[in-house]
Design a protein around this ligand. Structure first.
Ligand code: PLP
Length: 393
């Protein structure tokens, strides 16, 4: 299929999630679903035997198949899957920098990514300047001659901000800097970073891509050149994805579009309902007109996503009480699975910050992050209603 035909096809993500860039062969007797090639190594004696396959090299058939499928979903030349979202982020940073280089990063980042930039990479001679995306000209002012990467997260965790990546992409292009984006929260169904000029897309595939909270995986999509560099780094550091997990990830992606449609619907219904309830100070959801980035998110996102955050009036004690009362909804870190999960960032992703820092970031005590699953919305509302009622008593 030519690029033009690809673009014109309706339901692109729905189709690509199932078939990849092109449907498989039509050989009678061949399996409709690729088998799991649970082999560490492959017969090979000399260069004439073709490519040397070895599962740590990232070229096991299951790893290759799902990496290519993610590239197709993201609209990039190439893609690779890795052992976790953090492995994906770390391999990108290490592949694109060397000692003496500099990174400019959004201050709205997943906690471990922030620690990687703040605490770990300086030990390897790589410094980071953090920029508040709301500050005008902040990105340009933070650049240095040795800046190699601008790194952003969209939508952000857990405040669900969505700022405009297009001017940042223009700036990066002008300066010859690589713009990387952790797009875990949207999934390629809701937001395709490459359409906004972002060079490299990073996912915690543990979340929406796999979709069932049953594996840990990461993915990187970008140009052939960048993916080759990331592959090289991964061959040295070794954070590869096991073939069975790669197969499971591919299976999850086959239903990604259908799941995201339901996540988007449920989250909008829940956020709207929560906005009408007593005891809640704030409801944060890009699909609500009250959200600071509602207009931009509506322009750049296909759906507003499955994440909803709330701030309870009673602070941290109310959040503990509320979560303790939930019966169907489960308290657990992580997100993007079929089941609804709740967590408090003060205990999980942002535990490394002080309460004052969290306040400044819009994550006060009482902040509860909800990963809205694909259960019947009425059952979710019944459960949230009884837990809210319990904390009001
Ligand atoms: C936005 C974001 N990026 C990256 C990660 C790290 O992913 P993993 O746990 O798969 O390493 C997470 C984990 O919660 C996340 O929320």
């Amino acid at each position: 299929m030519s690029d033009k035909e690809n673009q014109d096809r309706p339901n692109r993500a729905a189709t690509v999630g199932i078939h990849g860039r092109s449907p498989g062969g039509r050989i009678p007797g061949s399996p409709v679903v690729s088998p799991i090639v649970q082999s560490a190594t492959f017969h090979w004696a000399k260069p004439e035997d073709g490519d040397l396959l070895y599962s740590r090299y990232g070229n096991n058939p299951n790893q290759l198949e799902v990496g290519q499928k993610i590239a197709a979903l993201e609209g990039t030349e190439s893609g690779i899957v890795l052992g976790s979202g953090m492995a994906a982020t770390a391999m990108v940073f290490l592949a694109l920098t060397e000692a003496g280089d500099h990174i400019v990063a959004s201050s709205h980042l997943y906690g471990a990514t922030r620690s990687l930039l703040l605490d770990e990479l300086p030990r390897r001679g790589i410094e980071t300047t953090f920029v508040d995306p709301d500050v005008d000209q902040g990105w340009r002012k933070a650049l240095r001659p040795e800046t190699q990467i601008i790194h952003i997260e969209l939508p952000t965790n857990p405040t669900l901000r969505f700022f405009d990546p297009r001017p940042i992409a223009q700036l990066a292009k002008e300066k010859g800097i690589t713009l990387t984006c952790d797009a875990t929260f949207g999934s390629p169904v809701n937001f395709r970073p490459s359409d906004s000029g972002i060079d490299v897309v990073i996912h915690s595939a543990t979340k929406y891509l796999s979709g069932h909270s049953d594996l840990i995986a990461g993915a990187v999509a970008g140009s052939e050149d960048v993916i080759n560099q990331v592959t090289l780094m991964s061959r040295l550091y070794g954070p590869v994805l096991d073939p069975h997990a790669a197969w499971l990830l591919d299976r999850g992606i086959r239903t990604l579009d259908a799941r995201m449609t339901r996540h988007n619907e449920n989250a909008l219904l829940l956020a709207t309902w929560l906005s009408e309830q007593a005891g809640i100070q704030t409801v944060i959801y890009p699909g609500l007109a009250t959200h600071p980035d509602h207009v931009l998110a509506s322009e750049l996102m296909v759906g507003w996503g499955g994440m909803v955050s709330i701030v309870l009036e009673g602070g941290g004690a109310a959040a503990d009480h509320f979560i303790g009362k939930l019966e169907l909804v489960t308290a657990a870190p992580s997100l993007g699975g079929v089941e609804t999960l709740v967590s408090q960032p003060r205990y999980t992703s942002h535990a490394g910050l002080t309460a004052t820092e969290r306040d400044a970031w819009g994550i006060p005590d009482g902040f509860v992050r909800i990963s809205v699953g694909i259960e019947a919305i009425d059952d979710l509302i019944i459960d949230f209603a009884q837990a809210l009622e319990a904390i009001r008593l």
